[in-house]
Design a binder for this molecule. Structure first.
Ligand SMILES: C[S@@+](CC[C@H](N)C(=O)[O-])C[C@H]1O[C@@H](n2cnc3c(N)ncnc32)[C@H](O)[C@@H]1O
Length: 237
């Protein structure tokens, strides 16, 4: 099953992933700064970090005074999130494609899901659950692989379909085969607008200036074509 393959890949990469995203171009100088910009002032706000990975976002958000609860499909990632954050926050193993039965409706001010929705084939239930657990006018922030980047990268010939794809990642220790689902742009937006949200902001990010000297190759590449896309959606009244 594809989900087992995703778990295997992230169990394999978890330690290296946790270590390297501190400074890796796509995470530290591209995804995180652009995604964090979309998160509203969060002191004392309750945030759900869905697919929290090793808890780097949670660490940053808690340092700003947020109360963070995070979950991830990969046990090792949850262990690393707990290790990184000590006795702060609450982290547990859970699947984005299962209902968030552990939470009452309107439990959170903000839901964040960074770089993970491309592991979900059908977004409907996940987005409905994000909407249910958010307070009225609550904020959902998502970052994903850019649909046009993926269309090129996977040499797709069926733009309008949601396709199972896979490729080897070489940047987190030994090469790991990562499975995911590429989708057209409308399949990133319709599940939000059809399930209780309006789109407040869509960002095709550029890397931060600091990367220019640190990693000129990726700075140039990410200024020429977006690898990710960030969306802020607000729960409708
Ligand atoms: C690229 S990492 C991003 C981690 C974290 N959000 C960050 O940006 O640092 C993707 C994460 O999604 C998790 N993941 C993949 N499929 C998932 C699912 N169905 N439910 C929950 N987490 C999932 C993986 O275990 C991995 O930790």
């Amino acid at each position: 099953m594809i989900k087992e393959k995703i778990i295997l890949a992230y169990e394999e990469m978890a330690e290296k992933y946790s270590e390297l995203i501190e400074h890796k171009a796509h995470n530290a100088y591209y995804d995180r700064p652009n995604t964090l910009k979309l998160i509203p002032e969060c002191t004392n706000k309750r945030i759900l970090d869905a697919a929290c990975g090793p808890g780097k976002y949670a660490e940053i958000l808690m340092s700003k005074g947020a109360k963070v609860t995070g979950f991830d499909l990969t046990t090792k990632m949850v262990e690393l999130a707990k290790k990184r954050n000590g006795n702060k926050g609450h982290f547990f193993v859970h699947d984005l494609t299962s209902p968030l039965v552990m939470f009452e409706k309107e439990s959170f001010d903000i839901v964040l899901c960074a770089l993970a929705m491309h592991y979900v084939e059908n977004w409907t239930l996940t987005i409905q659950e994000f909407c249910r657990v958010l307070k009225p006018k609550g904020t959902l922030v998502i970052s994903i692989e850019h649909p046009f980047f993926e269309f090129n990268h996977f040499k797709s010939e069926k733009y309008f379909e949601v396709e199972h794809v896979n490729c080897y990642w070489n940047g987190f220790g030994k090469p790991v085969n990562v499975h995911s689902f590429r989708r057209p742009l409308h399949e990133c937006l319709d599940p939000l607008t059809d399930n209780g949200f309006y789109i407040d902001k869509l960002v095709e990010p550029k890397p931060v200036e600091e990367l220019k000297d640190l990693d000129p190759k990726h700075y140039k590449e990410l200024n020429e074509f977006p690898a990710f896309m960030c969306i802020r959606a607000i729960k409708r009244d």
